[in-house]
Design a binder for this molecule. Structure first.
Ligand SMILES: Nc1ncnc2c1ncn2[C@@H]1O[C@H](COP(=O)(O)OP(=O)(O)OP(=O)(O)O)[C@@H](O)[C@H]1O
Ligand SMILES: [Mg+2]
Length: 457
């Protein structure tokens, strides 16, 4: 319990009530049984449900396809006995981000769950709009869930900077959730009323990228649309532009991007008038940009201009506690999609927790979808979904299986020892071999955190 400084005026009940109702976030209080104790006024406004409608009701009876909520962070907190952050949709067509934090009795049972809620709704629907219309208007978008402390930190930072216009640089391996986080930041900012646009700098041919980003003026090149065309910077005015795979941006466009970030204005191709834009830029990369700066392939000044708020998402294998949580969420999602009733057995969940998931959350998601679609069993176990309980008796060629097994052993050793020397000693190999194998299996931390990052050397 926090101590009570005597020199402060006491918070009487009226002050507490006022504060409770008027803080910027929604608050939803739940007891150790999952029953709603009370919600604040902000929550009433953001959710469209009144306190009177919710109080005394158990969340287990309020979650489901035709119920109030599509899911409940509180129920996950009750199950995991840990803080959980997740996004959900309400039956009134709203999207909310919920952080649930448990407070415990002395005997370790949960006394209270405090849910703090952010509104991520893009379009506001009045309650008159029926739930089906709202669902149709808002295409099903993937929800986020996590109980890992590192991810909570990442989300804390993202939510703190969301309302500012700072440029963000998201780094992390492929499939860790950079794109998801970029959308979340947009939705948690006032800019959610404006557009969210995305450009994958690695997927668009270099010759077209400049026009894609900045547009071209009327008559600027033969065969081109006479009237000219708006680029993404123009289209994103008032909103957020997400520049994915920023490392792939060619050097001459890096200069032009730096110009926009500094001056908030740019020239179209063939244009002679500077165009002003109000765009928040979020960039992402799964490459080590600092190394690219050192190699002269990425402009240093642009790097520092983008890196105003760096956010590094940890790979899934560094937050194994998220694996069962995510796997369950994905099974639910794909059960809904394919109208099936699959369940993951506890042994399967703990087996999944030990796998390295080099493709991170995307790989886990695809794996679960494949299971739901192809398995003929209802309760999925390591055996009936072809996952070896011992890593080496799986499928594929002997070489492939040995490779996988080696990758797993190395991953575990690296998690534990963190230096090539200690990994080498633990596994009885030379340091050079350990370093080579770790590099080959791409084991080691990602990206852009000079203190702890770097693949092992
Ligand atoms: N915390 C999470 N909870 C639920 N789903 C998640 C979470 N994080 C990521 N996902 C899902 O995992 C998939 C991969 O995420 P995302 O596309 O954001 O990764 P990425 O880092 O942008 O990858 P890439 O570098 O390949 O673009 C997406 O389908 C996303 O919805
Ligand atoms: Mg992405």
């Amino acid at each position: 319990m926090p101590h009570h400084p005597d020199n402060l005026p006491p918070l009487d009940r009226e002050l507490l009530e006022l504060t409770f109702d008027h803080v910027a976030n929604g608050i939803y209080l739940v007891d150790g049984e999952g029953t709603t104790i009370r919600v604040n006024r902000t929550f009433e406004e953001m959710s469209g449900f009144s306190n009177a409608e919710l109080v005394g009701r158990n969340l287990r009876d309020m979650v489901g396809p035709d119920r109030e909520f599509s899911g409940s962070a509180s129920l996950l907190v009750l199950e995991k006995k840990k803080p959980v952050t997740a996004t959900y949709s309400t039956s009134t067509g709203r999207k909310l981000l919920v952080r649930g934090i448990p407070l415990f009795h002395d005997d370790g049972s949960i006394r209270l769950i405090i849910n703090t809620i952010w509104d991520l709704t893009v379009v506001s629907y009045s309650r008159a709009v029926d739930a089906d219309t709202a669902r149709d208007a808002m295409p099903e978008e993937e929800d986020l869930v996590t109980c890992s402390p590192q991810m909570q930190q990442v989300l804390d930072l993202a939510l703190r900077v969301a309302p500012t216009d700072s440029t963000l640089l998201l780094s992390g391996e492929s499939g860790v959730g950079k794109s998801l986080l970029a959308r979340l930041v947009h939705r948690a900012s006032e800019r959610r009323k404006g557009p969210f646009l995305q450009v994958n700098c690695g997927a668009i041919p270099e010759t077209l990228l400049e026009a894609e980003l900045f547009g071209y003026a009327p008559g600027s090149f033969t065969g081109a649309d006479r009237k000219g065309r708006d680029g993404r910077f123009t289209l994103a005015d008032g909103g957020t532009l997400f520049l994915d795979e920023i490392a792939e941006l060619p050097l001459h466009l890096q200069s032009k991007l730096l110009g926009v970030l500094q001056e908030r204005e740019f020239f179209r191709i063939g244009g002679n008038r500077a165009e002003k834009v109000d765009v928040r830029v979020i960039a992402a990369s799964n490459r080590n940009l600092l190394e690219m700066v050192a190699a002269g392939r990425f402009r240093e000044d642009l790097y520092y201009r983008l890196n105003v708020v760096p956010i590094t998402l940890p790979p899934l294998r560094r937050r194994p506690e998220d694996i069962p949580l995510l796997a369950d969420a994905f099974v639910e999602r794909f059960n809904r999609k394919y109208r099936s009733f699959k369940q993951l057995s506890p042994p399967l969940l703990s087996r999944l927790e030990q796998l390295p998931w080099r493709g991170n959350i995307r790989e886990l998601e695809n794996f679960i979808e494949r299971l739901v679609v192809t398995s003929t069993e209802t309760v999925l176990t390591p055996e009936n979904c072809g996952l070896p309980t011992a890593p080496a008796n799986g499928q594929g060629s002997l070489k492939r299986q040995l490779e996988n097994h080696e990758a797993e052993i190395l991953t575990r050793a690296w998690e534990k020892h963190r230096t090539t020397r200690r990994v080498a000693t633990a596994l009885g190999i030379s340091q050079a071999t350990a370093a080579r194998k770790l590099r080959r299996h791409k084991i080691g931390e990602p990206i852009d955190n000079p203190e702890s990052s770097r693949l092992p050397t």
